[in-house]
Design a protein around this ligand. Sequence first.
Ligand SMILES: [Zn+2]
Length: 462
Amino acid sequence: MKKTARRGLVVLLLVAVVLGGLGFLAFKFAVNGEKWATLRANLHLTEDGSFVAAGNITDRNGEILAQTKDNERVYNDSERVRRSVLHIIGDTEGYISSGVQTAYKTQLTGYNPITGLYSLKRYGRGNDIKLTLDSKVCATAYDALNGRKGVVAAYNYKTGEILCSVSSPNYDIRNKPSEETIQKNENGKYDGLYMNRLIDGLYTPGSTFKIITTASVIENKADISEWQFECNGETVIDGVKITCPDKHGVMNFEEAFTKSCNCAYAALTDEIGKNALTKTAKEFGFSKEFSFGNAYTDASVFDLSDAERGDVAWAGVGQYTTLVNPYHMLTVLGCVANNGNAVLPYVVSNVTSPDGKILKEATAVTESRITADVANTLKTMMRKNVENNYGDGNFKGLEMCGKTGTAEVADGVKPHSWFVGFSANENCPVAIVVVVENGGWGSSAALPVASTVMNEVFKSLS
Ligand SMILES: [Zn+2]
């Protein structure tokens, strides 16, 4: 009996060792299988890289943005399109880490963790990816930026589809400058070249932040409809001087928004206080990273923990230490446009196998942020701002709502120029963010870009 028991134990131990070993292997496989299969040295997949059999990347209309032909990765014929979509498509070396060709490498190359290189074995090529982008609109935005640094992004605030996303500087993927030239970076020409400014950019918002302050005032000040203010060009709060470019005179709340009066907004911010403004900023998604494909956005920064009253007043007009991520700004606009509910923007529509089977499809994610009442009051104010200030001629038929921003970044440096807004025309439910870095006034640099791009969007949707 004893002998049998001992033998039984030995067998059990052996079984345990074998199973343990298998477990270890399975674990290693699950962790590293993807890496092993897409290693450059794996000749089953590739001769000189992982992309020789990768699938197509197309825009929303089926326009091919990237494909593999005769073992070469080739891109759209138009240089304008290639440059405009560079940061979304990404490169094959992974410098642009959030690009689809890096973030969705396994899907594109057809790797399946259960069956190995399933798609390749079966079809000889990887899966296809369809984007929500409209490459024509992207090319128009690229032209409108005209070589200036910055970002242009537009999305459908009902569905979440990103129609346009252009980050500048960029390069032509067919004719990439040498790494040496990029590193040299003469005159700052290649500052943040590999960074997709839509998701990794952080900018001082300037007056575009008045959208958040306005929401906070509506939420926290009961008698706002009777409120009046006289602007003499400057005001002092707790020893800190707040200035306006002009004397705006006497105005009510709506007029203060349209005139973008810093003094009025400083006074209002001082009245509601830093806790109220911080609470509203949080409701709008500040400090939050948003998932973007297989990457994450940078979180917008709003921190008044060490702020004195004068700092808080400056924060209310969009200066102080506040920084806004353009993707996040799209969600702020989407929230105002859509009764307080922000549909989060995305760019990958679906992944399909070479025989047309949908393997993965985007689903919209919605965040409820503010009440419909607050959202609609804001929307009315932003609509009047375009009607009375920038002019509907810039956005014909779009029932555009918007706000410009001129964000001071440093002494002796031109401010960042912003335009943020959305169309209230239900046939064109699209929001747009434009930042022209060191572009000067919001109305002179970013506004014309937004006008050109929104008119192209309207054309493409009608
Ligand atoms: Zn003023």
